[in-house]
Write a protein that binds this ligand. Structure first.
Ligand SMILES: NC(=O)c1ccc[n+]([C@@H]2O[C@H](COP(=O)([O-])OP(=O)(O)OC[C@H]3O[C@@H](n4cnc5c(N)ncnc54)[C@H](OP(=O)(O)O)[C@@H]3O)[C@@H](O)[C@H]2O)c1
Length: 334
């Protein structure tokens, strides 16, 4: 069987302290490659996008790390095995793994997870993948929500934030989401069941938090940092838990802001502010995925996908996350 050349996007820049640029990626065409025993050839079908991919580029540190100038940009994706020299990976199987920004990939079959070709295929890059697990462990293991708590989420209409708010509701909490724009705020309340939403682009976040959280914020799940974190810290309740999951407002800044001026409220309120990384929770992934799947099947967790199309649009699709153009989990179908 003859396979076409493989179109790829290679790392070509180090966008530290600045926005992503088209020149950070370089188009390449590689020969199709030949399979060794244990290898499979995968046709990449759908790629997932995550703000941490910019971090990958900022920390290019040589071939051992898998991120360096000239390497294929890493990305998780879903694809189909079209050729196999691994008997455990039959042709036609749908697979999940680090497929990268390319049309085809030759890799070890054992580095891939075979997944069912069902209605949840792309959700394995979202609520059933790292996105959902981040929401689940960040909220439940660090945020420690109790029934009746007020949980405030920044980046609430994003892939992680939208799941956090719904899990908090399942836990019996009151939820307030902070997001950019009227449409996203309406979605939070009308479709996701948030009790209230604040459009930070309209300003007045601090006064709205005061009005919407009269007894204070028990759990603040922060995806954004910057002035929004500062405003939330002004409103935390006694013994609040502040989960630092992300800080997207700073990811493109050359001059990092000073620490939040209101941090001393952590002392007055005897609160805890804790950074969160998904690393370390691997032993509980299966159980967490099962629970999220159950909630999805029961309609208690819904999700939205923002699906762009076409190999040539891959680099521009990553930039959508930093301008808030994405509405839902950012994906791209090749
Ligand atoms: N700690 C971990 O293990 C872990 C794992 C995964 C993700 N994360 C973090 O979680 C956060 C959300 O990731 P995601 O994949 O769910 O992305 P996402 O929320 O789906 O997309 C990013 C969103 O961030 C918002 N945004 C962009 N620039 C902003 C700014 N300057 N100020 C305020 N909001 C801004 C935009 O929403 P609006 O339109 O509402 O502005 C945009 O849609 C990121 O900070 C990411 O780094 C952490």
């Amino acid at each position: 069987m003859n396979y076409p050349n493989n179109r790829q996007w290679l790392i070509n820049g180090n966008p530290r302290g600045r926005a992503l640029a088209a020149t950070d990626f370089k188009y390449n065409e590689a020969a199709p490659g030949i399979l060794e025993a244990g290898d499979v050839r995968v046709r990449v079908e759908t790629l997932g996008f995550d703000p941490s991919q910019k971090g990958q580029l900022e920390n290019v540190s040589g071939y051992a790390s898998g991120n360096d100038i000239g390497m294929v940009m890493k990305a998780r994706g879903v694809g189909e095995i079209i050729e196999s020299r691994d008997e455990k990976c039959p042709v036609g199987s749908k697979v999940l793994g680090n497929l990268g920004w390319q049309e085809y990939v030759v890799m070890r079959g054992k580095a891939l997870e075979i997944v069912p070709n069902d209605a949840f295929l792309s959700a394995r890059l979202g609520p059933l993948g790292g996105t959902g697990l981040t929401a689940y462990f960040g909220l439940l293991r660090v945020g420690l929500p109790e029934p009746g708590d007020t949980v405030v989420v920044s980046g609430a209409a994003g892939a992680v934030g939208s799941i956090v708010g719904q899990i908090a509701k399942i836990m019996g909490c009151r939820t307030v989401g902070i997001a950019g724009g009227e449409q996203k705020c309406a979605w939070l309340v009308d479709e996701l069941g948030y009790d209230a939403a604040i459009d930070y682009k309209e300003g007045q976040v601090k006064s709205q938090l005061k009005q919407l959280c009269p007894d204070g914020i028990n759990v603040f799940f922060d995806n954004v940092g910057g002035p929004i974190l500062n405003d939330a810290l002004a409103r935390i309740a006694p013994f609040a838990r502040v989960v630092i999951c992300g800080g997207i407002s700073r990811y493109e800044q050359s001059q990092l802001p000073a620490g939040p001026a209101n941090y001393f409220n952590i002392v007055f309120r005897q609160a805890v502010m804790q950074g969160f990384l998904l690393t370390g929770y691997e032993q509980d992934y299966t159980r967490a995925r099962e629970r999220i799947m159950t909630w999805m099947q029961a309609g208690q967790v819904v999700h939205k996908e923002d699906v762009q199309e076409g190999f040539e649009n891959i680099p521009a699709t990553l930039s959508r996350l930093f301008s808030g153009q994405n509405f839902g989990k950012q994906l791209l179908r090749l």
